[in-house]
Design a protein around this ligand. Structure first.
Ligand SMILES: Nc1ncnc2c1ncn2[C@@H]1O[C@H](COP(=O)(O)OP(=O)(O)OP(=O)(O)O)[C@@H](O)[C@H]1O
Ligand SMILES: [Mg+2]
Length: 368
């Protein structure tokens, strides 16, 4: 599996606000958190940096900054984590609080709609605390404006009364660390983004990193797994720890049902085939997207709206849910004229690529 990210920087790409994509993929490969993920989550979430696998650059930067802040006895600078679902944004935020020995207050953009929501939250914060706001791109305008001085100068401006009688009162806040997480960095306003000291993109994980996560999860869940089975599960987990953990649970259930105590490579293979997860971690919808692109539109270029309509999904869902991993695999490229299927996409769905496709000679993950 390619390990580089898709070459696209959503921070630079779009600044307009868009409606959230509703993820319709409900199968085992959804990167969104399911109820059963939530249940097993507490035991599986890494607690300290040493247990947090992968994201080497981000981890190294955090290690340094945490050590420096602790030496100074200071709060850490505000941090924004962005990247596709299930890559470990929430986990890393908890790890940071643990490493700092700080309390963490968990909140999310949609729950901070009214001024009193954000004021109430900031009121609870004590010196050095971490304030975690998930889905920060969904903060209301009012909440966002209240946050600016809180982030910058650790003060909050309260207004009372109406019209001529309006009075503003400035309250000092203790020094805290705001950690924002989002899957849609492009939807954040520039003003909010610029107030974070660190802006970190979490990348898809390599198979080797995922194998470490799979082995760790199998250990915590007391599942006996052969090394070859660990690698197989890791290589089909779409570069995403949440999916890796879910596949471990599914493979465990399959083995148990079939009466096997140890998950061998063969058992893992049978289990993954039963759940329709192919060798590259694609599910039937991903494969349908590729075959539509190839069979109905000659491999592209085709506009996202047309492609989404043929697939029966909305374009936001295709762009935010299906495409990132297909681009990461080097199967799709975004071009100014629309999406095109790469020669490896043709090979993956058993079609022969026309000569013209090969002449593009793009690397996996590279866009024009
Ligand atoms: N680096 C990692 N090492 C080990 N396990 C990890 C790592 N990152 C994530 N996980 C596992 O994957 C699960 C999903 O991670 P997490 O909930 O932090 O993702 P997220 O990026 O916050 O997703 P979302 O965008 O949906 O909120 C966690 O419960 C944890 O068990
Ligand atoms: Mg999260």
């Amino acid at each position: 599996m390619p390990t580089s990210h898709d070459g696209e920087n959503p921070l630079e790409k779009r600044t307009e606000k868009r409606s959230d994509a509703k993820e319709r993929r409900t199968g085992v490969l959804s990167a969104k958190e399911s109820l059963s993920d939530k249940k097993s989550d507490q035991s599986l979430r890494p607690k300290m940096l040493a247990e947090y696998i992968g994201q080497a650059r981000t981890r190294a930067m955090l290690e340094m900054s945490i050590a420096a802040a602790k030496t100074r006895g200071d709060a850490l600078d505000h941090i924004l984590f962005y990247g596709p679902p299930g890559l470990g944004k929430t986990s890393l935020s908890n790890v940071i609080a643990n490493e700092m020995g700080a309390r963490i207050h968990l909140s999310s953009g949609p729950s901070l709609e009214r001024p009193r929501d954000i004021i109430g939250l900031l009121n609870q914060v004590e010196t050095g605390d971490v304030l975690f706001i998930d889905e920060i791109h969904r903060l209301s305008r009012i909440a966002e404006e209240l946050l600016y001085p809180a982030m910058e100068d650790y003060v909050i401006d309260l207004t009372a009364g109406k019209g001529h009688a309006t009075r503003t009162m400035r309250l000092a806040l203790p020094k805290f660390t705001l950690i924002g997480a989002t899957t849609k960095a492009a939807m954040l306003s520039n003003a909010l983004r610029d107030r974070f000291g660190f802006v970190c993109r979490l990348d898809f994980y390599t198979v080797e990193e995922l194998a470490l996560i799979v082995a760790r999860t199998a250990g915590i869940l007391s599942v006996s797994c052969e090394d070859a089975a660990v690698t197989m599960v890791a290589s089909r987990a779409r570069g995403t720890p949440r999916i890796a953990n879910r596949l471990v649970r599914l493979v465990r259930d399959f083995a148990q049902y079939k009466g096997h105590e140890v998950v061998t490579e063969d058992i893992a293979k049978q289990a993954l085939e039963t759940y329709q997860v192919d060798v590259q971690g694609l599910d039937p919808t991903d494969r349908r997207l590729l075959t539509i692109l190839i069979d109905s539109y000659g491999g592209g270029p085709v506009g996202i709206e047309t492609l989404a309509a043929t697939l029966g999904e909305d374009s936001d869902t295709v762009e935010d849910v299906y495409e990132p991993y297909l681009i990461q695999c080097g199967y799709i490229q975004r071009t100014p004229r629309g999406r095109i299927a790469t020669p490896s996409a043709y090979a993956h769905v058993g079609r022969t690529a026309p000569g013209g496709q090969l002449s593009l000679n793009l690397q996996p993950g590279q866009n024009i």
